[in-house]
Design a protein. Structure first.
Length: 142
């Protein structure tokens, strides 16, 4: 089955002025497809969190949205620096955000837990020095 949507959003490290643009476009595209508001909200929360993680913690990367009749897949891939301890990073409130990010109201340590909570499937693979890949799946049925 071919994809209804396949979109790639480049995300620059430290680009706080554009942070949230990709997730806003994802929400707009899902609304145009008639995705339920419940599913749309869950994807919007997860996409915003992962986009902000790319801005705050990575050296840059991309967010990929794929939608077909079987569901929605959101994938984040960055070029580093990687997560040294995924188990610790998954704990609510744990953050390695910079003072700059915290001063702007980001970096509360809820990004990864919120992604996992909102997605139907969640996979994270990270290697220090090589980067992080996060893949989230969402059912169209809520």
């Amino acid at each position: 089955m071919s994809a209804l949507i396949h979109a790639v959003y480049p995300v620059q490290a430290g680009d706080y002025t554009r942070a949230g643009e990709a997730s806003a476009d994802i929400k707009r595209r899902l609304k145009q497809l008639g995705v339920s508001s419940l599913v749309m909200r869950r994807v919007a929360v997860a996409s915003y969190e992962v986009e902000l993680n790319l801005v705050i913690h990575s050296l840059g990367g991309e967010l990929i949205l794929e939608v077909d009749m079987s569901g929605i897949r959101l994938t984040s891939q960055d070029v580093g620096p990687g997560i040294p301890n995924i188990e610790m990073a998954m704990q609510e409130g744990y953050s390695t955000a910079s003072e700059e990010a915290r001063a702007m109201g980001f970096g509360a340590g809820m990004g990864l837990p919120n992604m996992k909570r909102n997605a139907d499937s969640f996979e994270i693979d990270s290697q220090p020095g090589k980067g992080t890949r996060i893949s989230m799946g969402f059912s169209l049925n809520g």
